[in-house]
Design a protein around this ligand. Structure first.
Ligand code: PLP
Length: 427
């Protein structure tokens, strides 16, 4: 597989290199030179998820890694269910939250972790990352127990919920966590300093494993095939898919799936009040506003980092951007959407509820809609309990960590302290 840098098209890399580098020169995103097209989609859709995913990812990666290696990566990364649950006559939710950290980010993070571990040379790599909550859990869990990678997660002490904290600080083994006596920005700054410090960067073989890594997006293509496969078992029509969007990685993967030949009628990019993309699709003017805090906080992004990839796909395939539907929901509309789903017997959470409502606003009679369930409702228990007047039980994954001890070190927001700590625990 060959990829090029969207900012510097002359920079070309292999998949392995793109995974290891994360970003290209001048922080440009890597983008595939060719998008493979799959034939006999019907036979593919009839296969079980894991077998089909080997074919889907093999189409991108077998030429570089060999099909056997692809098969192993897929088997290790994709080991949980993704049911398509009907909510009413027209809409179903593809529940992507049955992985170990109860969020769709498990798909991308687990596949990326398997790739990074498989590509690591003799020396152990160190993944260093800062989190304000969820991504830390998905990344830590995805790398947990892998033999060639250590993970260090920095997070702001006292600024994330105790349950969120317990999901990644109780693991141990190769997962090292540091509670920093400051805020999230300070954590990010420390990570940046570490990458700029050659002793740390080279001595500990740092890698960022960040959210724009191409391996994550390829992994996410697979669940779009599953969505359509399950939908086709029940309906005739090609579905409209609504994607709750923040950084637009999820939508990018959906467009890759369609470009590979998956029959999707159209995509809806559903956002909260951080509506840079819906406004852009309407007016043609790219004008990010200051980021606003909402109940769907994983979508509180006003400068989505994957957007250049969305444009690149549309351009490459000659798809007018206007075919993408952008829909923005206010907080009040999000509340209504949660209540309306609940009245139909379906407990959701704010991110998925936005996409569900976007379908209602956009579907015409006889169309079939799928919205992506990106997080387990219990992950947003505070909001869901408040909005729906419920007391959601903790799922087993969260119960299991509830009484485990937190293993984090506690440090000041001071780079020299962090540096000594890193060398002490990792070498
Ligand atoms: C990350 C996230 C999103 C947004 O996904 P993008 O790929 O960044 O657009 C939506 N919902 C939840 C629950 C998330 O964690």
């Amino acid at each position: 597989m060959e990829l090029y840098n969207l900012k510097h098209p002359s920079q070309k890399v292999s998949f392995k290199e793109a995974v290891q580098l994360g970003l290209g020169k001048d922080r440009g995103l890597f983008f595939p030179t060719q998008i493979p097209v799959l034939h006999d989609i019907e036979a593919l859709l009839a296969m079980p998820f894991v077998e089909r995913s080997k074919k889907v990812l093999g189409a991108w990666l077998a030429s570089e890694l060999g099909q056997d290696a692809v098969d192993k990566l897929v088997e290790r990364a994709f080991n949980f269910d993704l049911p398509l649950v009907a909510v009413d006559e027209q809409r179903s939710c593809l529940e992507l939250f049955h992985g170990p950290t109860l969020a769709f980010k498990d798909f991308g993070a687990r596949f990326m972790a398997q790739c990074i571990n498989a590509f690591a040379q003799d020396s152990r790599l160190t993944i260093l990352t800062a989190t304000s909550g969820d991504t830390g859990a998905a990344v830590a869990d995805a790398f947990y127990g892998l033999d060639k990678v250590n993970v260090v997660v920095l997070y702001p002490k006292g600024k994330i919920s105790e349950l969120q904290e317990k999901m990644f600080t109780t693991l141990g083994k190769n997962i090292h966590t540091v509670a920093v006596a400051s805020d999230f920005d300070a954590c990010q700054h420390l990570v940046k300093q570490a990458f700029e410090d050659s002793d740390v960067r080279d001595g500990l073989h740092l890698n960022s494993a960040n959210s724009i890594n191409i391996s994550r997006l390829l992994a996410q293509i697979c669940y779009y095939f599953e969505a359509v496969a399950q939908s086709k078992q029940r309906h005739e029509a090609d579905p409209v898919i609504a994607v709750p969007s923040g950084n637009f990685g999820n939508l990018t993967a959906g467009l890759f799936a369609k470009a590979m030949g998956l029959p999707v009628k159209r995509f809806i990019a559903a956002t909260n009040a951080n509506d840079t993309v819906p406004r852009y699709l309407e007016t043609g003017v790219w004008q990010p506003n200051p980021t606003q805090a909402t109940m769907s906080n994983a979508m509180d992004v006003s400068e989505p980092s994957n957007w250049p990839r969305v444009e690149a796909i549309c351009e490459k395939l000659g798809w007018p951007l206007a075919d993408l539907v952008g829909i923005r929901l206010s907080e009040a509309q999000t509340s209504e959407a949660l209540a309306e789903l609940h009245a139909k017997g379906y407990v959701s959470e704010p991110h998925a509820a936005i996409a569900a409502r976007a379908l209602t606003l956009n579907l015409v009679p006889d169309e079939v809609g799928i919205f992506l369930g990106t997080a387990h409702p219990a992950k947003f228990k505070d909001v869901v309990d408040r909005e729906l007047n419920l007391d959601l039980p903790l799922p087993a994954e969260l119960k299991a960590v509830e009484h485990k001890p937190i293993l984090s070190a506690e440090l000041a927001a001071d780079f020299s302290q962090l540096k000594s700590h890193l060398f002490a625990v990792l070498s």
